[in-house]
Design a protein around this ligand. Sequence first.
Ligand code: UTP
Length: 290
Amino acid sequence: MVKKAVIPAAGLGTRFLPATKASPKEMLPIIDTPTIQYVVQEAVDSGIEDILIISGRGKRAIEDHFDRNFELEERIKDKEDAMYDEVRNLSNLANIHFIRQKEINGLGDAIYYARQHTGNEPFAVLLGDTIIDSVIPVTQQLIDIYDQYESSVIAVEEVPRDKVSRYGIVGGEELNEKLMRLNALIEKPSIETAPSNLAIAGRYILTPGIYKALEKTPKGKNNELQLTDALVELLKKEAIYAQTFEGKRYDIGNKLDFIKTTIEYALKRKEFSSKVLAFMKEIIAQHEGK
Ligand code: UTP
């Protein structure tokens, strides 16, 4: 049973400067909802009851967002029912805990901070800057595989062959169209050495074995402890599966993806869709010089 999740959200967000100089990138809103709220909601919708957010210096806004704000609640109580409920419920979504990553030493190091919290249990990892829009929450899709194999499971997605060198890529034996049992994980391979075009996509179910693997893993790229390197270590001891998830992934830490996500999410919202679409048509016509 996977009941706990870890959301790493301590990173420096250097790809989104200057916005991320003093504000957490995980708090960047898509329309009116901070990215990390979508991530927490995905965990909750997947049956997760306990969430540990790995936070860091300058990330206090994340803690405040999932806490009560009595003054604000009092102010909107009689005016905006739906918004009052949403704001009020943010502190009740799950048992949310925080721990600070003291030095920003990479995603693997961030996960290692969760070892006491998750103990001997398997746990989900959801990157705090990545939203995945899907019918069945992606974490739920991975939990379904975990329940079958009781091994670590990584969400992967197909990327164009010529872009494999930007991602962590997996390789292995195909068990069905969507599921692979891994025999290789390579961070940013060249096109020639890539074992597939399936890229690691920001959602994982990990067994507690990952902590031992992290202890054995030397620092990697940027002199940081990389989760992908630790997964290579874990693979020596345990089976790991990769599931091609159903859904669409948005990496908010990347400016262009952030713009695209905002537009797509605006088009999904009843109150904005026709107005935004009309505006886009107008802008496109202007750009085409009509
Ligand atoms: P990224 O590599 O996308 O985050 O990590 P980053 O380092 O903040 O971004 P750039 O490349 O400098 O723009 C994915 C997730 O892991 C967290 C980040 O906060 C993000 O949500 N992370 C990363 C940590 O919690 N600690 C780390 O040491 C690194």
